[in-house]
Write a protein that binds this ligand. Structure first.
Ligand code: ADE
Length: 246
């Protein structure tokens, strides 16, 4: 996979792809990531990328020409929408989810356009981007951090990016649809706080049951909305009834 990022702040991307799983994936040749300064695609000598909004109002809007030129430079004028995704990051986008990450991980090329200022000329969303995405219901100062979020979520799903042990746990959101169970490590007692005894017992079946129960309890408390769509067994439903009564 190749990922191209278009931004007016390329310096913000020094660092985030140089650690952990993303770094390893790059070193293994699973993904190539390039960051481009949108100003390099401006047509005038001042390298202008923004202008005042038609109709009046506060602030500046990113102009369409540099963005269209940049994407056409990267993908050609008629790119294949089956192989490439062109993603505009704005708070007005569709919510980015694990399912969307899994879909994007199947593309050969991603172009991430970081929105800025008070907006991006709507012709970018309407005629250039294949997707307009938001990473959540809060407003950031631009699409740079959201682009980093998407890169990380997608790259770890590329075949070969995770070790076997890592992969086994990665489906929490995607498949089962509930939150992960709580983890503990040594020491068994820390400032008087003891690790749950069952985890020290060596009873694998009991540990599995306890973990499922704790995952359900956490989901019920923090994300009850997930339970509506989750794949739950009859035993899960009984556990949930008990938890609800507590
Ligand atoms: N730009 C500003 N806020 C954003 C968000 N929540 N998601 C994507 N892009 C953004």
């Amino acid at each position: 996979m190749r990922i191209d990022i278009l931004t007016i702040f390329p310096e913000m991307f020094r660092g985030p792809f140089d650690y952990g799983i993303v770094r390893r994936a790059r070193e293994r040749g699973l993904v190539e990531i390039a960051v481009h300064d949108l100003r390099d695609f401006a047509a005038d000598k001042h390298r202008t990328v923004d202008d005042r909004p038609f109709g009046g109002g506060e602030g500046m809007v990113l102009k369409p020409e540099p963005i269209f030129r940049a994407v056409e430079h990267l993908l050609g004028e008629q790119f294949d929408r089956e192989r490439a995704a062109v993603i505009l990051l704005t708070p007005q986008g569709r919510r980015f989810t694990q399912a969307m990450a899994a879909y994007l991980a199947t593309r050969e090329r991603l172009v991430l356009i970081c929105g800025r200022y008070e907006g991006v000329d709507e012709r970018v969303a309407g005629y250039l981007a294949t997707h307009e995405l938001s990473i959540g219901d809060y407003v950031l100062t631009g699409g740079e951090v959201p682009a980093m979020v998407i890169v990380e979520a997608v790259v770890r799903l590329l075949p070969g990016a995770l070790h076997r042990a890592e992969s086994a746990r990665r489906e929490s959101f995607a498949a089962g649809g509930i939150l992960d169970y709580p983890q503990y490590t040594r020491p068994a007692e820390f400032r008087g706080l003891r690790v749950p005894e069952v985890l020290l017992s060596g009873h694998h079946a009991e540990i599995a049951r306890w973990r499922r129960r704790m995952a359900l309890a956490k989901t019920l408390r923090n994300r009850p909305d997930l339970l509506e769509k989750a794949a739950l067994s009859e035993e899960d439903r009984q556990l949930l009834e008990e938890l609800r009564d507590m």
